[in-house]
Design a protein around this ligand. Structure first.
Ligand SMILES: [Zn+2]
Length: 597
């Protein structure tokens, strides 16, 4: 079986010209080599997998080449180049500072540096992940880094430049490696696919390039993985499947549904996505990216920022022209909220759905109008606050029938007078057997009566009441109503309420309002606790929802009670105490005490 070599190693660039996406560095290095102005210490910084170690190795090979080309590239034919290519050169030393970060490791290295190379001109020391060196190791290294032997060149590589001590930075020539652009990566992948006779759709390679986030090593290992899964036949859809990515078609579909404010469509589409096994946070994140891409594709100046598969480019541009920027910004805002809150959400799917609902209604909530060339935010008219109606204490709807009678009564004044003179028809509940009165209050009703028959009777009674005439207050009727209520309390064994109400005095204020006078606060509180039941009774008795009453405290009782009920302040307590026990004051004076009140 043939040994499989991963693409990242097999296709590791051997010349400066084949390094992808770092031409600003390779050109500088080639010129330095040609002009023999080579520094003794380099610092290569940049994200992982962008070619730092590769460049360091090419540099080592090139400066040791016996037949250096005029373009500053190694010949690949001389002994030195051959030994480098075979990995057998003694002129290159690599130290991984992540695992060899002690002072002793650095001392060993310094020891080796002293010896001149047996063949070739330079010895190259590559220290990878140099930021991992301990502080002592750094200090031990400083002297050698500042004045290395003429044959030694140090190349320090790091992903975290900010962790390098300034004393080291000042001794090195610094090169910043860039993230490799997706188009550079996909072009490189395409070359490799051609060499390896891999059948790959351009869109598939573009997806890999985007997914690798500027890291060539990642891109190559993804390629290897998918090639082995798909038998060297890469299509857009099987690549998406292996990368666990959602087809961008879904986002365009969602956009269309959102634009049509088609909530059921949006929710079912999300359900479809969810069933495919895509995590909610990923969907939110991708949807944000989608809106971001739409936003940048609106303007030719920002279109270069559009990072999508080539085939989708025109679709993005077309879609972006139909959606207002305000909508996109609003959508990004909602999606950002959604992503922030995702971790805390207990029901992740519901969380995503909730924000999709918000997105669906976004268009409706805000419309944009161009006014005098300025874009203004305008809330559309059909969203109005709900009509607000203040509800009075135990509000009852005036009964339609009763209202009618009142209106006619106003016209026929003599009739009304007649009604006032004669006692009204007794409310039906009084004629019902004992116990039925208990189902008088709404709470008693809701707790369920003794039988459904009573309820039916009551409904019939209410209907009859609806047709009964409305009455206003007069002394005879009020006394009758009052007594009926007391009788009811007695029947229900509510002794305390009964005695308190019995002691109270009642007087009429106007035709709908009366007053109850209490002699003490306690009595007042008891009456207040009966308020709801009493009010319902009174309104039913008079068949008049306007009937109201107030509970008043007798002014004399109020004054009397003030002295007893009000708690004494600390100061008052003290004066009261010395009034009763003069010795307290004496003690206070003798001991010269201050009071803390
Ligand atoms: Zn050579």
């Amino acid at each position: 079986m043939e040994n499989f070599v991963v693409s990242a190693r097999k296709y590791r660039p051997q010349h400066f010209s084949t390094v992808v996406g770092q031409s600003h560095i390779t050109t500088t290095l080639k010129n330095a080599i040609l002009q023999q102005h080579l520094a003794h210490a380099f610092l290569f910084c940049g994200p992982r997998g962008v070619g730092k170690t590769t460049c360091a190795r090419i540099l080592a090979k090139t400066i040791n080449c016996e037949n250096l080309g005029k373009d500053g590239e190694a010949c690949d034919k001389c002994n030195s180049c051959q030994s480098f290519n075979n990995g057998a050169s003694f002129n290159i030393h690599e130290l991984d500072a992540a695992s060899n970060n002690s002072v002793d490791d650095i001392r060993d290295l310094i020891e080796q540096v002293r010896f001149a190379p047996q063949a070739g001109k330079y010895k190259i020391y590559i220290i990878d992940e140099v930021h991992m060196l301990s502080a002592n190791a750094f200090n031990a290294f400083l002297k050698t880094l500042e004045e290395p032997p003429a044959h030694a060149i140090f190349i320090l590589a790091t992903t975290e430049k900010h962790k390098i001590l300034p004393t080291i930075l000042s001794r090195c020539q610094i090169f910043d490696f860039k993230r490799i652009t997706p188009s550079d990566i996909s072009a490189h992948l395409d070359e490799i696919a051609a060499k390896e006779s891999i059948n790959a759709e351009p869109a598939a390679l573009q997806v890999i390039a985007q997914k690798s986030d500027g890291c060539m090593r990642d891109a190559l290992s993804i390629l290897d993985k998918i090639v082995s899964f798909t038998n060297a036949n890469l299509t857009y859809s099987n690549t998406l499947e292996h990368l666990n990515l959602l087809d961008e078609d879904y986002y365009f579909k969602l956009l269309e549904l959102l634009d049509n404010e088609d909530l059921p469509g949006v929710l079912t589409t999300y359900d479809e996505i969810d069933k495919k096994g895509f995590e909610g946070d990923m969907v939110l994140n991708n949807l944000s990216e989608f809106f971001r891409n739409l936003l940048v594709s609106r303007d030719p100046r920002s279109i270069n920022l559009l990072q999508v598969v080539e085939g989708f480019r025109n679709r993005y541009i077309a879609a972006a022209s139909t959606i207002s920027p305000a909508y996109m910004i609003g959508a990004l805002n909602i999606l950002n909220d959604a992503e922030i809150g995702f971790k805390q959400a207990r029901n992740k799917k519901l969380h995503v759905e909730f924000h999709l609902i918000r997105l669906t209604h976004l268009k409706q909530a805000v419309t944009l109008v161009e006014e005098d060339g300025a874009v203004k935010k305008k809330h559309i008219d059909d969203i109005k606050p709900v009509a607000f109606k203040q509800i009075s204490f135990v509000a009852q709807k005036p009964r339609p029938g009763a209202k009618l009678i009142v209106e006619t009564a106003k016209v026929k004044l003599p009739d009304q007078l007649e009604q006032l003179a004669t006692p009204p028809k007794q409310p039906l509940q009084q004629k019902l057997p004992h116990g039925s009165t208990a189902v008088d209050t709404p709470t008693a009703l809701s707790s369920g009566g003794i039988g459904s028959l009573k309820k039916i009777r009551e409904q019939i009674q209410n209907r009859k009441q609806d047709l009964a005439p409305v009455h206003v207050l007069n002394e005879t009727l009020l006394a009758e109503a009052w007594n009926t209520y007391l009788q009811k309390l007695q029947e229900n064994n509510q002794v305390t309420s009964l005695s308190n109400l019995k002691m109270a005095k009642v007087n009429i204020i106007d035709e709908c309002v009366f007053e109850i006078h209490a002699d003490s606060r306690i009595q007042q509180q008891f009456i207040e606790s009966e308020k709801v039941g009493l009010l319902i009774h009174m309104q039913d008795f008079f068949n008049n929802p306007k009937v109201q009453f107030q509970v008043q405290l007798n002014p004399a009782a109020d004054i009397e009670e003030v002295g007893i009920e009000q708690p004494l302040s600390l100061r008052d307590q003290y004066f009261k105490m010395i009034e009763r026990y003069p010795i307290v004051k004496e003690m206070r004076d003798q001991l010269n005490l201050d009071l803390d009140y």
